[in-house]
Design a protein. Structure first.
Length: 248
């Protein structure tokens, strides 16, 4: 059996749509020996979120905007990405998998490519303990004493390797196999169909909220107070992970 770990970085997620700028992966065998790894860098053909290049920001993309712009768009890598994620006999993993799956779906839709079906186990939910293992990918690796000093955070291929090392360290700590962990992790294997369903539910919720606001207006109900715009620490919290698409 082979395992594929992948990670996606986006130039921005404005409008709830991720504009992919890199797809990183590492393919390993059942003993976690690396078969291949690469960072597929691409032109997002969209603006970069200013926060990703802010001087004091701890989330920085691995390459310059000029380097991203010099590469082909997702359309030129579609077949390769699809073959990696749908390779027969390969189990796919990611950290915060539903977001990364959503970025792949969004990329296919942006470039009029067929959305292909694949599934990925979400290690953010699998490797978790409220009183022991928690936090970001980097924090959970630190808790499990995983040495990632040779990796660059938010470089997609390195984040994929970090995710692989997290799983390897966790099963060693628990003295279990990957197979037994997957069997016991019901409900944390997401697919493209899962993302699309949740997105539809989110859109319906927004429509209901918008409709409710119009009814309150028509019946003379007092309007809701507008929240003051986020600034300072509040803005930083909102921007703490520009890659995230929420379903709230």
């Amino acid at each position: 059996m082979e395992f594929l770990f992948f990670d996606v970085e986006c130039a921005n997620c404005f409008g709830g749509v991720g504009k992919m700028c890199s797809f990183g992966y590492v393919l390993v065998d059942s003993e976690f020996n690396v078969i291949e790894t690469d960072d597929i860098v691409m032109n997002p053909e969209a603006p970069f979120d200013w926060y990703l290049y802010k001087n004091k920001n701890d989330i920085k993309l691995a390459y310059s905007q000029e380097f991203f712009r010099s590469k082909p768009s997702f359309s030129g890598y579609y077949d390769r990405v699809k073959s990696l994620l749908t390779k027969p006999g390969v189990k796919v993993f990611a950290f915060s998998a539903l977001n990364d799956i959503g970025f792949v779906v969004s990329a296919c839709e942006r470039y009029d490519k067929k959305v292909f079906d694949f599934s990925a186990y979400d290690l953010e939910k699998v490797i978790k303990s409220d009183d022991e293992i928690f936090g970001s990918l980097e924090e959970r690796c630190r808790i499990l004493n995983v040495d990632n000093s040779d990796l660059h955070a938010h470089k997609s291929s390195d984040d994929a390797i970090m995710t692989m090392r997290l799983l390897k360290s966790y099963i060693q700590k628990k003295s279990i196999t990957v197979e037994s962990l997957m069997k016991s992790s019901g409900g944390v294997c997401f697919s493209t169909k899962t993302f699309i369903k949740k997105r539809e539910e989110r859109n319906r919720k927004k429509l209901r909220q918008a409709s409710g606001g119009e009814k309150r207006k028509n019946y003379g109900a007092p309007p809701r107070k507008n929240k003051s715009p986020k600034t300072g620490k509040a803005l930083n919290r909102r921007r703490s992970d520009s890659r995230t698409i929420t379903f709230e």
